[in-house]
Design a protein around this ligand. Sequence first.
Ligand code: GUN
Length: 283
Amino acid sequence: MQIIDGKAVSKAVKEQVKTECEMLKAKGITPGLAVIIVGEDPASQVYVRNKERACEECGFYSVKYALPADTTQSELNSLVDELNADDKINGILCQLPLPKHLDDKEVINRINPIKDVDAFHPFNVGKIMIGDYNFLPCTPAGVMELIRSTGVEISGKKAVVMGRSNIVGKPMAMLLLHADATVEIIHTKTPDDGAVTRTADILVVAVGKAKRVTADLVKEGALVIDVGMNRDENGKLCGDVDFENVKDKCSYITPVPGGVGPMTIAMLMKNTLTAAKIQNNIG
Ligand code: GUN
């Protein structure tokens, strides 16, 4: 069994982005990212801090808009309009989840698709569906990089995606399909999920439940990717996979933390660089 080192792979991606950023800067272009966070959700605050730090590492211009929890929809919409019109800003990201009185769909739809570095806008989601895209959603794109880093062939393999969210499960299945895997998506209404997961050569888990995937759900020699980020009964960070029990059954497995998490941020940097290039007509 080999543990996939998400920190190392993400570092390589960020270094590549930094090099390209320096080349853009030599042409007078500095990639710019605006991050909006509304309210005080502690997990979101950590994610946003990490995104700002990555921007610094890569040499980007970045601005954070920390709005109070009682921000109105029209105030949020006005900020998005302003950022859409701001030439220094190439990428706009609104950290989710938003407080309950705000509509995330309305915000996502308002971001100019060319600045939508999360790839959540329906225009970009549609482009991904047909395999003709500028941006890939950061977490599924990061998972693909991690799988590729192992050298394991994806084409012709059986891949199972556990979870069907718009942010991870659905686009994840699409990317695996584009890479010629035979893909099955399972979810909370799937009867006997183990019967499906045990067929998986590649198992991607994004269900948001601590240690949900136990060893009996995993095929011997499978490649297991854990997208989860939970706290266990002792308050310790853990994934959706019961790492200690599953690891000896796998060929490769990602740890939590240090697996998918750092990749999500690295891919956001890559998307911001791509956005800067597109907006400046650089191929
Ligand atoms: N909340 C959890 N994951 C994400 C993400 O990838 N992007 C944004 N904007 N919010 C999130």
